[in-house]
Unconditional design. Structure first.
Length: 183
């Protein structure tokens, strides 16, 4: 589904447009995800994992666009995609229809400006409106900034996957599992 387009004003006074990405945005999504993978170790993929498959991305974006529950909240500065947040149905089985999974990335130069909060607010309101009763996510144990954002929006830690991520330097990071249950 497509979310309603909105504007967010950065502290610099510049305007970011928040809207859903469509299949036509696959190249922009690819570039954003490859860039954020290079900027920090907090993404699940490494740049060396190879380029993302554009056909698979296009199909995924089409699935989001056609879904009545799953959606994307994307931030554009002009034509540049600077933030990407997806809320997806966990599984299409009756016993899972109340659960969604959230994933998010923002270019480093746009962090610390309230953009993540603006995107999260829109996403959680839309998730509720779409009938989800809870939203789940995983976050690197050393990504304190993201954890603070999630806690600000009502997410609570309910578990930890030890050594979930092995970095290229041979060190490990646990994954903190969080959930926001709408009441």
């Amino acid at each position: 589904m497509k979310i309603k387009e909105q504007q967010y004003t950065l502290p610099t006074g510049e305007i970011v447009t928040i809207k859903s990405a469509g299949p036509e945005d696959a190249e922009k999504v690819k570039l954003l995800r490859e860039t954020t993978a290079r900027e920090t170790h907090f993404m699940a993929r490494e740049p060396e994992d190879g380029q993302m498959n554009i056909d698979r991305l296009t199909e995924g974006l089409k699935m989001f666009e056609e879904s009545d529950k799953s959606f994307m909240v994307n931030a554009y500065f002009g034509d540049e995609l600077v933030g990407d947040l997806g809320v997806a149905l966990l599984r299409p089985h009756i016993k899972y229809l109340h659960r969604a999974y959230l994933g998010m990335s923002i270019l480093q130069k746009y962090t610390g400006m309230g953009l993540g909060s603006a995107m999260m607010k829109i996403a959680l309101e839309q998730a509720r409106a779409n009938g989800f009763e809870q939203v789940e996510l995983g976050v690197f144990s050393d990504n304190e900034r993201a954890q603070a954002l999630y806690k600000k929006f009502g997410f609570k830690e309910y578990g930890k996957q030890p050594r979930a991520f092995k970095l290229q330097d041979g060190t490990y990071r646990d994954e903190i599992i969080m959930v926001n249950i709408f009441e």
